[in-house]
Write a new protein. Structure first.
Length: 391
């Protein structure tokens, strides 16, 4: 009897060691880079809107431009309904583009994890000596972010994406876009957006870019050194979760309260990540804040989106923390019991993924809690093996 028990335990240990080695080789989709190559489709037009010239005195002198995005997909992926991350670049609303170093590397990283990654361009144009111009610049970019998400939801079947799992990840100005798109209501429109003195009314949040009738807001956001104009716009009716990263000594976007660029008193005062975190806690919005003591702007090693002595170790850590946060909001589109890696089937790769969750001590991850006891542990591994054997 004891010999039989010993032999059984030996087999279990052998299988467990084998699965551990598979985990190291395979990784977990959406958390680890499980695809070797990425396919990129450039300059996909998601809308059209009036744009300002680089030098302008009034905002009536506009020219319609196509709004474009680059789409990154995991090469060889067979999953037909994948989550999306929309990346919005830095640049203070008067510079930058969707080919900056950091958003390109983030897009490739996301696609290798199994996401469809979208790096958007949005309209620029800012007079840094005008609060009025600043409010209008942010609002135009938010309209473009809304148009991009509406486009993705309209074309979800063609793109092979899940329209209910669209996330937005912004750096600096791009984080302003993500935050304002998530929490700025139509009733909150700044007065400057209505125009006057020859400047046009910018219209409602979904009045530019395209006419697709879909929810323009993301399902969760990642904000890197971002801020919002008014904390009152974040209220208990908002449900979009957020993870935020910010250096406490940021001289460009204040960690707490202040003017952009520290001394530019002509632009509106903004509320940084610390105050956003406190407000979200107050109204009950799920959020996480990672504050790096003494770090400056774009502390993952970039200057205005271009690598400068970077990417550094913070870049890898931010990616890891952000993907772990977003992973909580990804559901299996087919709702197949035991489909832990969300590839539409149940097999040994799901066991590998579940073992990875257990080894990472991600015990509260709902994906692996097959027996509904509130934890992901070895009991769920046993149950998953039984599920596979009964198929």
């Amino acid at each position: 009897m004891f010999y039989n028990i010993f032999q059984t335990m030996r087999r279990v240990v052998t299988i467990f060691i084998f699965l551990v080695s598979l985990v190291a080789a395979q990784g977990t989709r959406y958390l680890d880079e499980v695809f070797a190559n990425v396919e990129k489709t450039e300059d996909v037009v998601y809308g059209n809107a009036p744009d300002l010239p680089f030098w302008f005195w009034v905002e009536s002198n506009t020219q319609d431009i196509d709004l474009k995005m680059d789409v990154y997909e995991p090469a060889g992926d067979t999953l037909a309904s994948r989550p999306v991350i929309v990346f919005a670049h830095t640049g203070a609303f008067f510079s930058g583009n969707n080919e900056l170093d950091d958003v390109v590397d983030l897009s490739i990283s996301a696609a290798k994890r199994g996401f469809v990654a979208v790096s958007i361009s949005y309209r620029l144009g800012l007079n840094v000596l005008s609060s009025y111009s600043g409010e209008r610049a942010v609002y135009r970019s938010v309209q473009d972010g809304a148009a991009a998400i509406r486009y993705l939801r309209e074309h979800s079947d063609q793109l092979g994406i899940n329209p209910d799992q669209i996330f937005m990840w912004g750096s600096s100005a791009g984080a302003f876009v993500a935050l304002h798109l998530s929490y700025l209501g139509e009733e909150d429109r700044p007065q400057a957006t209505y125009g006057g003195s020859g400047d046009p009314d910018l219209g409602c949040l979904v009045c530019e870019g395209n006419s697709y009738d879909h929810d323009p807001r993301p399902n969760a956001i990642v904000s890197c050194w971002g801020a919002i104009a008014n904390l009152e716009w974040i209220d208990s009716s908002d449900t979009i979760p957020a993870i935020m990263f910010h250096g406490t000594a940021d001289p460009i976007v204040p960690f707490e309260l202040g003017f952009p660029f520290t001394i530019d008193i002509a632009l509106p005062i903004v509320h940084g990540s610390k105050l956003i975190n406190e407000r979200m806690d107050q109204v009950g919005i799920e959020n996480e804040l990672y504050a790096e003591p003494g770090e400056l702007h774009e502390y993952w090693g970039a200057v205005n989106g271009n690598w400068f002595l970077g990417p550094n170790e913070y870049f890898d850590q931010i990616k890891s923390d952000a993907y772990t946060f977003l992973y909580k909001f990804i559901d299996s589109p087919d709702e197949v019991e035991g489909d832990i890696n969300l590839d539409g089937s149940v097999n040994v790769l799901d066991v590998v993924t579940l073992v990875g969750l257990v080894l990472d001590q991600d015990l509260e991850n709902s994906f692996g809690d097959l027996n509904q006891d509130g934890l992901s542990n070895i009991l769920d591994v046993v149950l998953l093996v039984n599920i596979i054997l009964t198929y």
